[in-house]
Ligand binder design. Structure first.
Ligand SMILES: [Zn+2]
Length: 412
């Protein structure tokens, strides 16, 4: 099977390269925003949305206009990639995977992508990027496979390159042989249907709350920044500090998720998980103007926890890592998983007396509510998997975005 993998390194650019990268990222943001504004104008005038090819023609016009001649200093392919990103943002919106495309702000996920023209000199820890020349990077590991594209991004005052490669790997044989059911929660990040020796807490993974842990530090840093005169030197220092804390939060979360998903995918061939609609849950808090969400504060607290803990990311990583190890992820609809008795099958809301405790009103079976959820998820997963095999269609886990070619995506 083809494996796509991304290798991310910190860049060590010189002053001139930093200036250029800031300019490239700014130009890409400019093109993205200008194209988005154009699409919105067309929508208001009831004109059809322009496709990628048509947008590229518009871009050529912009590059010829005297007031935007500076666009020519940025690699054309990176500018075109910004238009592709806009296309994808629209597509995600139409397919209900994301909110309506938003204008990009300076300093928020600044990045640009090279679809080609990259040269990699691993023995000298350097990478060649068009119009930037050779850049040194902090080599933390070897890049495997054929280089397909590279994305340059800025975060916490540092520059990074993410090199995506493709390589042929043999179809792996599952290393773990048993199945596990997972119940996702807020108090506990994940609960298993059984005790797993590879985890400290055996039957669950404790809450991450990486954001909460750093929340106080972040709030203080933000307050300090707000007291400074905007754009003064002290303000810039305070801003850099805020960005560093943000970066630290992101790193802690990534680390946590990678460790958890690697351990699970190495030890289990089949992982069943609830098909939670996290997006809907996070939307319901605000409600609509006609019908404002009740209990907004409490709910947004929960939502923040959910998003903070990265359930989506957890599932995405499980999906591709299981595929790498020859296993598979089964997503099951969450109906009744928290109310069905695993012992006698009785379904009742009364079975769950409190958030933490499950007690069957029919047969008296008693267990931690999250463990019951995980047992039911595993059973539903087994049932679902049996159906799929008998149909001779082993579809990728429902709702995940593995490409049709069977290649597993990774942005580690
Ligand atoms: Zn029962």
């Amino acid at each position: 099977m083809q494996r796509l993998q991304a290798f991310k390194f910190e860049l060590m650019p010189n002053g001139e390269q930093q200036r250029l990268m800031r300019r490239f990222a700014g130009s890409c943001r400019f093109v993205f925003n200008k194209a988005l504004a154009l699409q919105q104008e067309r929508h208001k005038a009831e004109e059809k949305k322009l496709g990628y090819a048509a947008l590229c023609k518009v871009l050529t016009k912009w590059k010829a206009q005297p007031q935007t001649l500076w666009l020519n200093e940025t690699p054309s392919q990176a500018l075109q990639q910004a238009l592709k990103n806009l296309e994808r943002a629209y597509k995600n919106f139409f397919e209900k995977r994301a909110d309506f495309p938003r204008f990009k702000k300076k300093g928020v996920s600044d990045s640009f992508r090279y679809p080609q023209g990259i040269k990699l000199d691993q023995s000298n820890s350097r990478v060649f990027l068009p119009k930037l020349g050779w850049l040194r990077y902090r080599k933390s590991r070897d890049v495997l496979g054929e280089v397909k594209n590279a994305t340059v991004s800025q975060s916490g005052g540092k520059w990074f390159v993410s090199i995506q490669t493709e390589r042929e790997v043999s179809q792996p044989i599952p290393t773990g042989d048993d199945a596990v059911g997972i119940d996702m929660g807020v108090a506990r990040f994940a609960t298993f249907d059984q005790s797993l020796p590879e985890f400290d807490n055996k039957d669950h993974i404790a809450a991450l709350n990486s954001f909460k842990r750093h929340e106080t530090a972040l709030r203080k840093a933000q307050q300090a920044m707000s007291r400074k005169t905007k754009f003064s030197n002290n303000w810039k220092k305070a801003k850099a500090r805020v960005q560093r804390i943000h970066a630290r939060i992101g790193n802690a979360r990534r680390d946590f998720l990678h460790k958890a998903t690697t351990t699970i995918s190495q030890n289990h061939a089949m992982v069943c998980i609830e098909d939670l609609q996290v997006r809907n849950m996070s939307r319901s808090a605000a409600g609509t103007t006609e019908k404002p969400g009740r209990n907004v504060r409490a709910k947004s607290g929960l939502n923040k926890s959910i998003l903070d803990q990265g359930w989506f990311e957890f599932r995405r990583q499980l999906d591709y890592k299981l595929a790498w190890n020859g296993g598979w992820l089964v997503a099951v609809p969450p109906q009744y998983t928290s109310r069905t008795c695993p012992c006698c099958g009785h379904v009742s809301a009364d079975n769950r007396q409190t958030q933490a405790q499950f007690l069957c009103v029919e047969c008296g079976f008693e267990e931690n509510a999250d463990v019951v959820g995980a047992i039911n998820v595993l059973r539903a997963g087994h049932a679902r998997f049996a159906c799929e095999v008998s149909d001779a269609v082993r579809s990728p886990a429902a709702g995940t975005h593995r490409s049709d070619s069977g290649a597993a995506q990774c942005r580690a």
